[in-house]
Design a protein around this ligand. Structure first.
Ligand code: COA
Length: 198
């Protein structure tokens, strides 16, 4: 039983608590080089045929059940609500948010929208004071996203990724910085927990 992960509604997408049935869509969309190359080297590559199911069952769901991770599928609004990516926030040192988006949906601002929902939840509902995220310096789409969010680069050092060892940055924003940026942005929406999957 997954707990404490609400559904969050955005303008174009919704975040829904990850369930085991999501492993099929994840297995189809996730194992592409353009998606995995700047992810942490801990994952198996080439990706095994049961990789998505095992990740959910052996890593994600236990962390959610322990209350240290909140993980969502990203779904397009509308009747069919297809899964297009995954985002999670976690109570881990210097590693508080992770995400990926299926290739067909890049470049439309959809992850920016997903990040607003998940980050609002991190600060406003979970009450954490700081969010820190690691990312390869070469991962320009992810860096641009953090820059647009007003995150600051606080540290750079080598780190191991699926594509090898390379410089990585730790990006940070505080609750106060996030809220001041949010209040200055009229287009920003707060998260709207609609229903629990409990
Ligand atoms: C990181 C990742 C999610 C970024 O995806 P993305 O589609 O670029 O991110 P967004 O959804 O925020 O979209 C931003 C882009 O959409 C464009 N865009 C179009 N409409 C937009 C809108 N309404 N609002 C904001 N941006 C919009 C922006 O100009 C920007 O394009 P640009 O970077 O070429 O300037 C994606 O590259 C990915 O899944 N990468 C692999 C996994 C990964 O690296 N994860 C992060 C590990 S740290």
């Amino acid at each position: 039983m997954r707990n404490d992960v609400p559904r969050l509604q955005g303008d174009r997408i919704a975040l829904e608590p990850l369930v085991l049935a999501d492993s099929h869509a994840i297995q189809r969309l996730f194992p592409h080089w353009e998606i995995v190359r700047y992810l942490s080297h801990g994952m198996q590559w080439p990706y095994p045929a049961d990789g998505a199911r095992r990740l959910l069952q052996e890593v994600t769901f236990p962390s959610v059940d322990q209350g240290i991770e909140w993980a969502w599928s990203i779904r397009l609004n509308g009747k069919q609500r297809p899964l297009i990516g995954v985002i999670s926030v976690a109570d881990r040192p210097n590693d508080n948010r992770g995400f990926w988006l299926g290739l067909d949906w890049h470049g439309q601002g959809l992850m920016t929208e997903a990040c607003k929902l998940a980050t609002d939840y991190w600060f406003d509902v979970l009450g954490f004071p700081v969010m820190r995220v690691p990312k390869a310096m070469a991962n320009m789409p992810s860096r641009r996203l953090s820059e647009r969010e007003g995150m600051r680069l606080i540290q750079v050092g080598p780190r191991n990724f699926v594509s090898g060892r390379m410089p990585a940055g730790i990006w940070e924003t505080t609750a106060a910085q996030w809220r001041s940026r949010v209040s200055a942005s009229p287009s920003h929406r707060n998260p709207h927990p609609l229903a629990s999957t409990e």
